[in-house]
Design a protein around this ligand. Structure first.
Ligand code: PRP
Ligand code: URA
Length: 209
């Protein structure tokens, strides 16, 4: 089974409270989602491989460390995943970005795929699939299936708020995928929204309704 980690650093908890607040408008919501994604990227990148490199400091020649091995690609699930991309790029600026477009049918809660555009070397990259919300888990599971179908195998899923139901669905569908979230909430309501949650992430991020 992949790792399941709640990244509950005090800065992240504080910022998450800001975006949960229904009085936070689009500007604040967007800025703070980016900040949380950046802070999470610091923790998620902890196990990136490093290699030794010989350099010259102003004092001596010296063997030091640099990132090596697998390159990263960030895969936002449209739309709301887009809000997390820039924050992660601040820490991993050379990452490529692929897109998977899914929407959830409001009646059945089933996800529907409408767009997939990926870097052509995803099979050799460490993929970070990002979406603020892991609710029923249907969207995340389908997005990851779409990536695996195209050759991806090294995948981490990163969200801001997860429901226990979604974590279970995703772990069962993709036991090889590590899951990182900033919070594990109480439950889903009858409409498939996370409670306490933060509402509709896409609408709050883009100011739609
Ligand atoms: C939201 C969210 C996830 C999905 C989570 O997207 O951004 O992608 O719902 O729900 P699930 O775990 O039950 O599948 P939505 O379908 O509302 O699309 P949007 O991002 O375009 O608003
Ligand atoms: N999608 C959202 O944007 N919010 C939820 O609470 C559940 C699914």
């Amino acid at each position: 089974m992949g790792k399941f980690q709640v990244i509950d650093h005090p800065l992240i908890q504080h910022k998450l409270t800001i975006i949960r607040d229904k009085n936070s408008g689009t500007k604040v919501f967007r800025e703070v989602v980016d900040e949380i994604a950046m802070l999470m990227a610091y923790e998620i990148s902890r196990d990136l491989p490093v290699e030794e490199v010989e350099i010259e400091t102003p004092m001596v020649r010296s063997v030091q460390k640099q990132l090596s091995g697998k390159k990263v690609a960030i895969i936002p699930i449209l739309r709301a995943g887009l809000g997390m991309v820039d924050g992660i790029l601040q820490l991993i600026p050379a990452a490529k970005v692929g897109h998977v477009g899914l929407y959830r049918d409001e009646e059945t809660l089933e996800p529907h795929e409408y767009f997939v555009k990926l870097p052509d070397d995803i099979a050799s990259r460490q993929l970070l699939v990002v979406d603020p919300m892991l609710a029923t888990g249907g969207s995340a599971a389908m997005a990851i299936e779409a990536l695996k179908k195209r050759g991806a195998s090294n995948i981490k899923f990163v969200c801001l708020v997860a429901a226990p139901e979604g974590v279970k669905v995703l772990q069962e569908a993709h036991p090889d995928v590590d899951i990182y979230t900033a919070a594990l909430d109480e439950k889903l309501n009858e409409q498939g929204y996370i409670v306490p949650g933060l509402g509709d992430a896409g609408d709050r991020l883009f100011g739609t309704k």
